[in-house]
Design a protein around this ligand. Sequence first.
Ligand SMILES: Nc1ncnc2c1ncn2[C@@H]1O[C@H](COP(=O)(O)OP(=O)(O)OP(=O)(O)O)[C@@H](O)[C@H]1O
Length: 226
Amino acid sequence: MPRATLSVNGLRFQAGRGADRRTIIAVDRLELASGGLATISGASGSGKSTLLYLLSGLLSPGAGRILWDGTDHALLTEAARDRWRRRNAGFVFQGFHLIEELSPLENVLAPVWFGSFRAGDRRDRAQALLDRLGVPMGRKTAAVLSRGEQQRVALARALIFDPAVIFADEPTASLDAAAGAEVARLLADLARTEDRLVIVASHDDRLHALADHRLQVAQGALERLS
Ligand SMILES: Nc1ncnc2c1ncn2[C@@H]1O[C@H](COP(=O)(O)OP(=O)(O)OP(=O)(O)O)[C@@H](O)[C@H]1O
């Protein structure tokens, strides 16, 4: 199973111009490793999503270091960072981002097509992931699935390249209580039983209750609660 360690030092991300320039998020020090669910709480607009973008390399920090397995991503070319993300990172969002006209299986295989890989090699894995995550068989399009089922398809899609790290931004926010609890349990399971590092930004207390590492953003700074 792929593993990952994250090490952050002196991270500062600022935005805005002139007098409006301000620090959106600062992280003095953070160490996380595979085998745990880390949740980030914080008020709306506190910088949780921005932190996920920074950690995943979709945004560059103005200052500080983000090391994945000892490699400082600021020193990589953009192409190398993209390659790292494709091989090592899976993403889950509040809004699922499925292609509704495609079947659940086709949605899970979409990153394979977009990455110009041969889908045939991944078809069995995609089906196994859908089975494992309990997505019902025989649905022609993703549009006819319930929201909880759609989020499970999105989770299967995030897992198609067997990533060591999963980033999830409010993955339960648009689900009802039962579906939200199920997705929270699946995320914790992916961290603990499959030894992945799962980092979730969320307002959902059910997710925080399951966390191995509880982080919080307050007044622009990340602090560790447990
Ligand atoms: N490039 C940027 N330029 C200006 N402001 C920015 C930029 N990026 C983020 N911000 C601001 O930083 C703050 C944090 O946004 P972010 O989306 O990370 O918060 P959040 O904690 O995820 O919020 P929510 O819980 O509502 O999703 C917001 O006020 C946002 O407008």
